[in-house]
Design a protein around this ligand. Structure first.
Ligand code: GDP
Ligand code: MG
Length: 369
């Protein structure tokens, strides 16, 4: 089993990733920043830097084996994109502009409701799914749960403000997760906009855009006038093509919980981003430590949908209990089995929490002594 990447391990210990890489190099191992490390290697590095490691089994990984797809069953799929960047640099405006000017896949009509993700169809028939949850928190929360949802990060930097602390944080998150970046220098309609300065600041922070002789694609956009947004989407799709994203629509659905809440009259509802397979009304499922059966599904316009294929986000009704953001959602053969798996996971989680509590109280005792 492989766990976190070299970059993530360095981030957790608060040391520079180059120190981790050189420590491993001195021990005869050549690793890259995005490489996932096995338990022995993590243990070794932690020892070297004076950290203790505890491997906690995530309940998402218990009791269900998800079979691999055969290569011949895989079909191209849309990219799943997260927009990140400093506060007030224009993330929401950009997402809204794209949502409002492109056909949202599915039927027209209905009032747009926030479900944490949306799927657009461009005029030429290509598709992109955007995660519409407040950038960093959602990305970090999901990654902390081991959920790999994002294919591409759009890094938004305001042309009038430049690289700021949360810009750097976003760069670090994307790099540690090994997710490619496409830069959107936004607010270029403003008189004080200075995209050249932004590109230079990005270069100083390890992001070399193509205009600077680097590999990272970069579009100049305005969410006010719409300038450059087609170009940005084109670049996102080009980046997606490089990664040959694929899924198998002809299998039971596997996805991730993007949002969850209790709604009056509807009970527990959650947005499921289907990542593989096709989800249908009536499907029994396990999601984290809860289970259920899909009673109804809605798209972000509130239209009822019967099926949702790979990369389609849907609001799902029918959860026995509220799932957590980042929980894996897996369709299983029947509801009874779903319930049994959920119960088993709940029990294991209780035991893990108990162990943790015991350890904390022991720690506290030793601190007081
Ligand atoms: P967020 O915090 O990153 O989500 O930023 P917002 O999308 O809320 O934008 C912050 C402010 O910048 C708002 O007042 C927007 O109207 C403004 N804004 C966003 N994009 C643009 C743009 O392209 N041009 C101009 N002139 N203003 C923008
Ligand atoms: Mg916002």
């Amino acid at each position: 089993t492989e766990y976190i990447s070299t970059g993530e391990l360095a981030e957790l210990m608060g040391v520079d990733v180059s120190e981790v890489i050189s420590t491993l190099f001195n021990a005869g191992m050549i690793v890259s920043i995005n490489q996932r490390l096995d338990a022995d290697t993590i243990q070794f590095v932690a020892d070297e830097f004076g950290y203790e490691v505890e491997f906690i089994t995530d309940y998402n990984e218990l009791e269900i084996e998800i079979p691999e797809d055969r290569p011949e069953d895989l079909q191209p799929r849309a990219p799943i994109v997260t927009v990140m960047g400093h506060v007030d640099h224009g993330k929401t405006s950009l997402l809204d502009y794209i949502r409002n000017t492109n056909v949202v896949a599915g039927e027209a009509g209905g009032i747009t409701q926030h479900i944490g993700a949306y799927h657009v169809e461009l005029p030429d028939g290509r598709h992109i799914t955007f995660l519409d949850t407040p950038g960093h928190e959602a990305f970090t929360a999901m990654r902390a749960r081991g959920a790999k949802v994002t294919d591409i990060v759009i890094l938004v930097v305001a042309a009038d403000d430049g690289v700021m602390p949360q810009t750097i944080e976003a760069i670090n998150h994307a790099k540690a997760a090994g997710v490619p970046i496409v830069v959107a220098i936004t607010k270029i309609d403003k008189p004080e906009a200075n995209p050249q300065r932004v590109m230079q600041q990005l270069a100083e922070n390890g992001v070399l855009v193509e205009q600077y002789g680097g590999q990272v694609q970069c579009a100049l956009v305005s969410a006010k006038t719409g300038e450059g947004i087609d170009d940005l989407l084109e670049k996102v799709l080009l980046e997606a093509e490089l990664h040959e994203l694929k899924a198998n629509p002809d299998r039971p659905a596997v996805g991730t919980i993007i949002e969850s809440r209790v709604e009056k009259g509807r009970g527990n509802v959650a947005t499921v981003l289907v990542q593989n397979g096709t989800l249908r009304v009536g499907d029994p499922f396990v999601a984290g430590v809860t289970s259920g059966r899909v009673r109804a599904m809605f798209d972000e316009r509130g239209n009822r949908v019967e099926v949702a294929g790979p990369t389609i986000p849907v609001l799902v009704l029918g959860f026995d209990e509220l799932p957590e953001v980042g929980d894996q959602f897996v369709v299983v053969p029947d509801e009874k089995e779903a319930r049994a798996i959920a119960q088993k996971r709940q029990q294991i989680r209780r035991e893990q929490m108990l162990r943790k509590q015991r350890r904390i109280s022991l720690d506290e005792i030793s601190r007081r002594m």
